[in-house]
Design a protein around this ligand. Sequence first.
Ligand code: GLA
Length: 747
Amino acid sequence: MLIHLNQKDRQFHLTNGQVSYIFHVMKNGQLGHLYYGKALRHREDFSHLQTYDVPTGATTHIYADDPAFGLETLRQEFPAYGNSDFREPAISVSKATENHIPNFTYESYQILEGKPRLEGLPATYTEDNHDASTLQILLKDEFLQAELQLNYTIFLDKPVITRSASLRNAGSDELVIDRFMGGSLDLPDKDFVFTHLAGTWSRERHVKERRLETGIQSISSLRGASSHHHNPFLALKRPEATEHTGEVYGFNFIYSSNFLMQVEVDHYDMARLTVGIHPFGFKWNLEPQASFQSPEVVMVYSEQGVNGMSHAFHALYREHLIPSQWRKAVRPILINNWEATYFDFDEEKLVKIAQSASELGIELFVLDDGWFGKRNDDTSSLGDWHVDLNKLPNGLDSLAKKITETGLKFGLWFEPEMISPNSELFKEHPDWAVGIPGQHYTLGRNQLVLDFSRQEIVDYLYDKMSTIIKQTKLAYIKWDMNRNITEAFSNNLPVHQQSEFFHRYILGVYNLYERLTSEFPHVLFESCAGGGGRFDPGMLYYAPQAWTSDDTDAIERLKIQYGTSFAYPVYSMGSHVSAVPNHQTLRSTPLQTRANTAYFGTFGYELDPLKLTEEEREEIKEQVAFYKAHRELIRDGQFYRLLNPFSNNETAWMVVSQDHSEALVGWYKVLATPNPKKQQLLRLSGLDESKDYQVTGSERTYYGDELMTVGLQLPTEFNGVNGRSFERGGDFQSQVYYIRSIEDKLN
Ligand code: GLA
């Protein structure tokens, strides 16, 4: 049983032996929060966890005869603002024409086995009802005639609880929602490090940390995408917590548009976390009988440090978020022509690339930007989704056939949400672009955004894309989104509903994804937004992999992939080997290091194989074979971060199979050290202490405990002595070790 009830005291305890989440109905009928964290033994009554017995002169109170009962000092489940709670709330809703302070009081509860899907929104799911239980609490505001439903799902074998909320207008007056968060959590203290992932184009998801302090600290996006700049992920970590030990709470918002994740620390050092659609510029008109569903918040609790938190996210997303058909499917090693040709290609060139890639063992050819309309650079043709017969005179079908004949599958790039001012589509439908007619339209990469809040536009793209998928028998689609949204207005919405635009837009995107992925479940989708500008769990629900960053430099990727792995499984990260000097940084790194970094992701190449030397081709054949031999381990294994690139010259990480029988360790050193220390040991994680392991490159074996407590002996580094240079050495060195247990000697 995952959900315990105390009907008399109206208390709810969600627990699975790993975490406990406890709340109750307070004396004013609203929901009060009691506890969230490490699992507690169940007891009949937890009401003593509510503490409000210290009234002071300055506090406000609801009842004349109970001066201590004020919402200012009480922890709540889904707070509103206006009567004695002065912190920022989870909900703000009113009638269009009358004043009122929201007062949602408890009506009833319902327990469901498994987890219902969220209408129109990506969310975690269960296929087997035993995997989770869901508690739905119904609250009602009598004056508004509004029903608020709070959904809590607890997973059976994971330290995970998910939350979402929906609001139904059960009356006959229109309601206006100003703020509607997915979840809110009042923590009793502020002793945490606020840890998040920030960046920009080509350096996404760098790890940032700061201590919580009195006041409000937040991360957010107002760009119409989850953004390169802040990922909808936040961890609250105890100051003493490390990668491997200590308490960490992790939060991720399953949404791809404007979001806010905020912690407000008050004068009593209580910390209120709110996560949801960004309230700035948001207002939703709720017609009688209509409902509004919030996106979902994932909450993870870990006692095993930041790695422990990541393990919970990874397992959850592998098993309960990405499309189930991809859970156990091997993803093809791909070659993408973008950095090989940019816009300059023809059929012959592409087929030659595919032919050459096929000889290397690569499995999928992806034709990137530039195959449609008259797109010879980025100033035209988005929206004109028909093949450019100047470049490909025999059409896409012929190209697809020729590529397939080389033994590779065929995949295609689209940027469905965009329209170039210089396009046939814009001439025909200028009003389809997002913006205010007659006023200034801001460009991004020379393009405008299509109004995905309009169903006919989503339908149009569905027709175009589904026709091409069928005709060319596509195996893969890279769905790009290269600019953020400005002048966020729809030509189709009345003025008072323009504040609904951003949410309606992303619902349109989800709708197109939903239709395409359900009609073509065999097509592998990779999401992309100018690299990793929409790498979020909302996208992972449809597209099991995402282009991590346009930055393919192996050294930059150490930080990007390290940060991304805080929340997202390594197998969701598109990571490719590209040519040197690198196109983003102009840095030259060894081919081995480029592959050693890219192995920890969905592997591929982003270069012209015709320009490789024979030696490089041989090396790449070995890389491809190596990845093929280990990709199931990378897909299913437990990922551990070992050395942090943000504070070290070295980075290390590893993947261990669930049965601890094998592992892959990656070790990277950015700058060479002259005359370095002679014994370099890397402490591993996640192995079985008593298993005897063989490490590639070494004849002898090591027990797991030795590898984890003493460490793996790294090669001594030589950078040159007396003018002699050695094969190994120099900057940007790396090593990948495959480790396999030979037998269980102690058991
Ligand atoms: C974006 C993507 C790249 C590539 C280009 C094509 O920048 O992130 O990988 O597809 O668009 O224009």
